[in-house]
Design a protein around this ligand. Structure first.
Ligand SMILES: Nc1ncnc2c1ncn2[C@@H]1O[C@H](COP(=O)(O)OP(=O)(O)OP(=O)(O)O)[C@@H](O)[C@H]1O
Ligand SMILES: [Mg+2]
Length: 264
């Protein structure tokens, strides 16, 4: 599998402290996101079964698990696209469990769904503008910041989005989400189908945004090795339940767990 890439140093460096927070030990600031006993079903299929987790400020929290573990459902339920059947979601201390999607965006949550949906007929720049739509006037410097983060996107700014490669599309949808000025970014399988060096580049940038700007990321990945190499905390899901939450470093070192749930 193409999951051998290196992610920049510094990844996971704050894992131990954050893990204590995630485990409910030492006192830490209120989490940016707190999910408590969340459940969701598709008809008779119970896709989420009492999931609890947190995303702390300035941390990357990776949600890992095999096909069908419930990772996408978790993100869709957090952002209100799937209606929960039980449990609560708090964003910066505020209950957003039944809040409309626009309200969540305004409160600082941005969701980059599976499949990197760009608007094919629009140019790269026009796609970016969509991310800033609800914010009224957005300064040129915010677009330039996205272009600085993703020089490949800058080069393609006047091209139609349908001409972009998979990696460029992923960069575009992340850039578009950043234009909503999120505190919390939910990312669903950004590495899927991308070359290892592109994955490393994207994950390295996420790390930079988290370390330098205090962004929080909830990163859903089947590619557990890459995700754990950039994340602070890992949450392993299986059949809609949390199997374990621990520092990325500890999970990476747990051979039995890796074999049983993470596929490496
Ligand atoms: N729209 C849907 N209708 C019915 N069942 C669904 C639907 N979406 C997901 N499921 C089921 O819910 C469970 C969790 O699926 P989900 O897509 O959340 O998993 P996942 O961890 O994201 O998997 P993958 O790694 O393949 O993306 C699976 O059993 C799946 O078949
Ligand atoms: Mg999924």
């Amino acid at each position: 599998m193409a999951d051998q890439q290196q992610v920049p140093p510094g990844a996971g460096s704050t894992a131990a402290g954050a893990a204590r927070g995630a485990a409910g030990g030492a006192a830490v600031a209120a989490p940016v996101l707190e999910v408590t006993d969340l459940s969701a079903s598709y008809g008779p299929v119970r896709a989420l079964d009492g999931v609890s987790l947190r995303a702390e400020a300035g941390r990357i929290t990776a949600v890992l698990g095999a096909n069908g573990a419930g990772k996408t459902t978790l993100l869709r339920t957090i952002s209100g696209l799937v209606r929960s059947t039980g449990g609560r979601v708090h964003l910066m201390g505020e209950d957003i469990t039944r809040a409309p999607v626009e309200a969540m965006v305004q409160k600082g949550m941005a969701h980059v769904p599976e499949g990197r949906g760009v608007i094919a007929e629009l140019t790269v720049e026009e796609n970016l503008r969509v991310g800033a739509l609800f914010r009224g006037k957005v300064g040129r410097e915010e677009f330039d910041r996205v272009y600085d983060l993703f020089p490949r996107i800058a080069e393609r700014r006047d091209n139609h989005a349908h001409t972009l490669s998979g990696g460029e599309r992923q960069m575009l949808v992340i850039g578009r989400a950043l234009l909503a000025r999120p505190r919390l970014l939910l990312l669903d399988e950004p590495s899927l189908g991308l070359a290892p060096r592109i994955v490393a580049q994207i994950f390295g940038l996420l790390r930079q945004l988290v370390d330098e700007e205090g962004l929080s990321v909830l990163l859903v990945e089947q590619n557990a090795r890459s995700a754990l190499s950039v994340a602070d905390i890992g949450v392993v899901l299986n059949l809609g339940r949390v199997v374990v939450t621990d520092s990325a470093r500890t999970l990476m070192a747990d051979e039995e767990l890796r074999h049983a749930y993470l596929g490496f």
